[in-house]
Write a protein that binds this ligand. Structure first.
Ligand SMILES: Cc1ncc(COP(=O)(O)O)c(C=O)c1O
Length: 286
């Protein structure tokens, strides 16, 4: 793994934050997880747009051009085919509860090779369980921003691993299925692509947006509406999305087999195409 701390590449021993850093004291940080493939960072500006919005909402220092070039430089340092980049913004050292001045903010980037899902996982799909914990109440702005205090997702993801599953799905008390601990959820039902609305309890995922755009391109009707557990069980297809694995079909939930179909593969190809088109535009504009 390599570390870029405020634009400087540092050895792992130097990749440290102060004990009174807002990220350490309160989990008060913002982050983005991005994928670089063959030297290109996928949907880079969409990630920076989301980060910039969160930073504005929560008064975090956010110097976009500096972050953009630091991400590109960091991705360029590793020659692995696929790289996971985690960008984190912190406010810096805090003494009381008063937010420190913008200039004391930090950013750091951790970058390491990423093992993408193999062909079997992409074809057969993955196993999921329902998360035992709930996402917090909608009045809290936590779910729709990628914040460092990620405890509810961490707990759910760990629970899934202990159960031998790849992902845990968050449910509400009234049986709505929201999203995965690290991913968004889609189902196909009667020829319509459905995904829960982003905002209250669901992160506005970058790949989620790309799937909705790809569906338009394929003239596949789609709707952002709540999905019940029964909708999920009865779905013709179900898949998850995130910036690292793009799309992955769901094969089993709580040990029960899910229906399978060709659409997830079609949408995976369409999203890969739009990512490639974006690279070409970026390259022409740079
Ligand atoms: C809770 C949650 N939902 C959804 C996603 C997918 O978002 P994206 O497509 O932007 O990676 C993530 C990504 O890590 C996540 O943590």
């Amino acid at each position: 793994m390599i570390f870029n701390l405020n634009g400087q590449f540092v050895d792992p021993e130097q990749a440290k934050l102060a004990c009174n850093d807002s990220a350490a004291l309160f989990g008060d940080s913002l982050f983005e997880t991005l994928k670089a493939q063959d030297g290109h960072i996928q949907f880079l500006d969409q990630h920076l747009d989301r980060l910039e919005l969160a930073a504005r909402l929560l008064h975090f220092p956010c110097d976009r051009p500096t972050l953009r070039s630091a991400l590109l430089e960091t991705a360029g340092r590793l020659c692995d085919p696929i790289i996971r980049l985690r960008l984190t913004l912190s406010r810096g050292p805090m003494t009381g509860l008063g937010l420190p001045p913008a200039e004391s903010g930090h950013f750091f980037i951790n970058a390491a090779p990423y093992q993408a899902p193999n062909a079997a996982e992409r074809q057969q799909g993955i196993a999921c369980v329902f998360a035992p914990n709930r996402r917090v109440n909608p009045l809290s702005h936590l779910p729709q921003l990628k914040r460092g205090n990620y405890a509810d997702c961490l707990y759910a993801a760990d629970y899934a691993r202990r159960k031998g599953a790849r992902e845990a799905l968050f449910k509400t008390d009234d049986g709505q299925v929201l999203e995965g601990a690290t991913s968004n959820l889609f189902i196909l039902k009667n020829g319509i692509l459905l995904t829960p609305p982003a905002g209250e309890l669901v992160l506005a995922g970058i790949i989620r947006r790309q799937v909705l755009l790809a569906a338009q391109g394929l003239e596949l009707p789609s709707k952002e509406r709540s999905i019940s557990v029964d909708d999920l069980w009865a779905a013709d297809e179900a898949f998850l999305t995130n910036s690292l694995f793009d799309l992955l079909p769901i094969a089993k939930i709580e040990g029960r087999t899910q229906n399978h179909g060709p659409l997830t593969a079609h949408l995976t190809a369409a999203v890969a195409q739009s990512a490639a088109a974006k690279y070409d535009t970026d390259r022409k504009n740079s």
